[in-house]
Design a protein around this ligand. Structure first.
Ligand SMILES: Cc1cc2nc3c(=O)[nH]c(=O)nc-3n(C[C@H](O)[C@H](O)[C@H](O)COP(=O)(O)OP(=O)(O)OC[C@H]3O[C@@H](n4cnc5c(N)ncnc54)[C@H](O)[C@@H]3O)c2cc1C
Length: 550
């Protein structure tokens, strides 16, 4: 039977686009399938903030950050904490990925026209020792144009290849089976879904209009993770975190359904580290949702007080932006699934960034004027919209009213005003000197020693109750799903492996579906900004390896 293409790529997100572009560059014919309509091209990456992990970049050097490959590898390994037999390939991918991030990654993207915001962000700071979790230095580089700015060159390459007859884009094709003949997986079957006008990111119909069967010499799976499928998240919830939360919001669109992982397993692929996931603990209900249970993640600076549902301070170093997984573990033990930030307008104005392209119209629209304007306002427009309309926000001029508002938002009134007042006043007394016994305030002083934080991300320590810095704000924080850290086990050529450790003939995987490389390049935790780059690196590797193998 004749082949319909050299390679079939399943999933037109960033990883699929990167793989297809490389295949086309090598002169291979590709069919790129996606279950969603064309307006969804780019998948999650379109919605992303475009944060990228680089090591020792010109942006870091301009901000007086001294970074190195050795320091980044130390941070990655301390953060990943690989400890399983199945971490063999993930660990090798981690080493290769740090090489890429410290090597050709930035120049490769720069040559394609991608540019970066000059101030580098400092995500996941850790707060333990030098060998523990976290970024020792700022490494989160925001793409100028955010997610869409990163997708653009890859979309351009794929559309050009389509115009040249090398790539055949087929939307509304939902893969449900992989078949073999002569030992190699070469058949892709599935359903053709009815046409859909659903806007990008919104759920599209699953009504079936027909079936398809296509054949190629190789198949690359780039179908994304499981974060939009809460049943799968619950089923794979890590035992060490106890029971999955009753209430979870979604940080990803519904197409991140994880169903293709089961299809790959049925065909013989090995799925590893399925209990490793990267959920955020600073999720707020989107007042203007695009997808079901749409949550926005706050990317917080370090100054907000982080309190559990009873108003008790989270222990050091569980401060905003330090240790996502450690905070989640703490919350799951606390008996309540939500927590609180307590802060004031001065802090929110400088320290709240919201993740997502649509929450950053200035950066997404590449408007220098609007970016400068952001710094001139007391609170940036998208954050102000949440203060005014967000279901999780309480804004009041005094602490009594704030506590009343907090208690009115929850089923039980768990915040005691007198206790909270004592806590905040004690914390505020610690801001009078440039030194203090309060470790969070010490951390704020430390953050401001970094030029980028001092300029745009971290306010000087001051009393939260200072009326000049008001009004007071409380934000209820929810657990929200986002990234899948485990996935299909792959070797360094992105070949999918079976239970025996041998390659599953003809099958490659990349992006979130492959745990961003190897079946879990991040181990237990991420240094942030590592997912988009992981899609690009593993997608490029899969495309090049498949092209070479044909
Ligand atoms: C709001 C937001 C902000 C983010 N910010 C950042 C950031 O700043 N930095 C960072 O590194 N990462 C960020 N991420 C994460 C990053 O965007 C994703 O991990 C990455 O884009 C995943 O790309 P992918 O190609 O692997 O999968 P996806 O983008 O999920 O694409 C997979 C595609 O496969 C299709 N598909 C699935 N199953 C099938 C099937 N059976 N048949 C046919 N098609 C199928 C889907 O429809 C989809 O189009 C963010 C994510 C979001 C949502």
């Amino acid at each position: 039977m004749a082949y319909d293409a050299d390679v079939i790529v399943i999933g037109a997100g960033l990883a699929g686009l990167a793989a297809a572009a490389e295949l086309a560059d090598a002169g291979r014919k590709v069919i790129l399938l996606d279950q969603e309509p064309e307006q969804n091209l780019g998948g999650q990456a379109h919605w992303s903030f475009g944060g990228l992990f680089f090591v020792d970049s010109p942006e870091q050097r301009r901000m007086r950050v001294k970074d190195s490959h050795a320091l980044a590898l130390q941070d990655w390994m301390g953060t990943a904490a690989f400890d399983r037999e199945e971490d063999h390939w993930p660990r090798k991918w981690a080493e290769a990925y740090v090489d890429f991030a410290a090597g050709e990654k930035r120049a490769w993207l720069h040559d394609m026209g991608v540019r970066f915001f000059p101030v580098v962000g400092w995500a996941e700071r850790g707060g333990y020792d030098a060998q523990g979790h976290g970024n020792s230095v700022p490494r989160f580089h925001i793409t100028w144009g955010t997610g869409p700015g990163l997708v653009a060159p890859f979309e351009r390459r794929v559309r050009q290849a389509a115009a040249n007859g090398l790539v055949d884009l087929r939307f509304r094709h939902r893969v449900t089976g992989l078949g073999r003949s002569a030992g190699s997986v070469d058949t892709v079957t599935g359903e053709i879904l009815v046409p859909s006008e659903a806007e990008r990111g919104t759920p599209s119909s699953r009504e079936v209009a027909g079936e398809f069967e296509l054949r190629a010499q190789a198949v690359i799976i780039t179908s994304g993770g499981i974060g939009g499928n809460h049943d799968l998240v619950r089923r794979n919830w890590p035992k060490r975190l106890g029971k999955a939360p009753e209430k979870m919001l979604s940080g990803v669109p519904a197409h991140v359904d994880g169903l293709m992982l089961g299809v790959a397993e049925d065909a013989g692929a090995r799925l590893i580290n399925r209990d490793r996931m990267w959920h955020y603990t600073e999720g707020i209900d989107n007042w203007n949702p695009i997808w079901p249970k749409h949550a926005i993640r706050i990317l917080p600076g370090p100054s907000s007080l982080w309190l559990d549902a009873r108003g008790r301070r989270l222990p050091a170093p569980l401060w905003p932006g330090y240790d996502t997984l450690g905070t989640l573990e703490h919350i799951m033990r606390s008996g309540h699934e939500y927590t609180w930030f307590v802060l004031n307008q001065r802090i929110i104005g400088k320290e709240f960034a919201l993740s997502g392209s649509e929450q950053n119209p200035d950066l997404t629209g590449k408007s220098v004027r609007d970016v400068l304007q952001r710094g001139r306002q007391p609170v940036p427009g998208p954050v102000k919209a949440f203060m005014d309309k967000g279901a999780d926000f309480v804004v009041e001029n005094n602490l009594s009213a704030l506590v009343r508002g907090m208690n009115a938002l929850t089923e039980e009134p768990l915040i005691d005003e007198a206790d909270l007042r004592r806590l905040v006043e004690a914390r505020d007394r610690e801001t009078a000197n440039p030194f203090t016994k309060d470790l969070q305030i010490t951390a704020i002083h430390g953050a401001r020693a970094y030029l980028g934080d001092k300029l745009i991300r971290t306010v000087a320590p001051h009393p939260i109750l200072d009326p000049k810095a008001g009004p007071l704000i409380a934000v209820r924080l929810n657990i929200m799903t986002r990234k899948t850290l485990g996935g299909l086990e792959t070797d360094l050529s992105s070949r999918v492996l079976t239970e025996t450790g041998d390659p599953l003939p003809g099958v490659y995987a990349a992006g979130e579906t492959a745990g961003f490389g190897g079946g879990g390049v991040h181990g237990y935790r991420s240094l942030e900004g590592t997912f988009l780059g992981g899609c690009l690196f593993s997608g490029r590797t899969a495309g090049r390896a498949a092209a070479k193998a044909l």
